[in-house]
Write a protein that binds this ligand. Structure first.
Ligand SMILES: [Cu+2]
Length: 141
């Protein structure tokens, strides 16, 4: 390999190495309450990934309708399915477990350097979800 080409390749490596993968466990409960994502708040850089683990049975991970940045693609895992999602768009993503959404099984993902006060919670969010998001916001500040 010519030295100049090698240098060009090496200069690309730090970019690729920057993306991280985070793990979120889906649980029947933890110290934050019943039915929980753990952790329930993540702060990511664009391109980071999140792996949702079916640590306990009966859960999934799905975007909450209207609670994602412009241009972001919604996703919906099946029950007990472990999915890995790459978060590319700047903003806030609300994520729910479909069967336990009413019980407040939700989490918040922030992509980019934004303050939580910039987050727009969409209309029509279930009361249990609003309560949990409020607790998450309080803890993350
Ligand atoms: Cu669940």
């Amino acid at each position: 390999m010519r030295p100049i080409f090698l240098a060009a390749v090496l200069s690309l490596l730090p970019l690729a190495a920057q993306a991280e993968t985070f793990v979120v466990r889906m649980l029947n409960g933890n110290e934050t309450g019943g039915m929980a994502f753990e952790p329930d708040f993540l702060s990511l850089k664009p391109g980071d990934k999140v792996k949702f683990l079916a640590s306990q049975r009966g859960h999934n991970a799905a975007t909450i309708d209207g609670f994602l940045p412009q241009g972001a693609l919604p996703f919906k895992g099946k029950i007990n399915e472990e999915i890995e999602i790459t978060f590319t768009e700047l903003g806030f993503y609300g994520i729910k477990c479909t069967p336990h959404y009413d019980m407040g099984m939700v989490m918040l993902v922030r992509v980019g350097d934004l303050t939580v006060s910039e987050m727009k919670i969409p209309d029509g969010l279930r009361p249990g979800a609003i309560k949990r998001i409020g607790q998450i916001v309080e803890r993350s500040q």
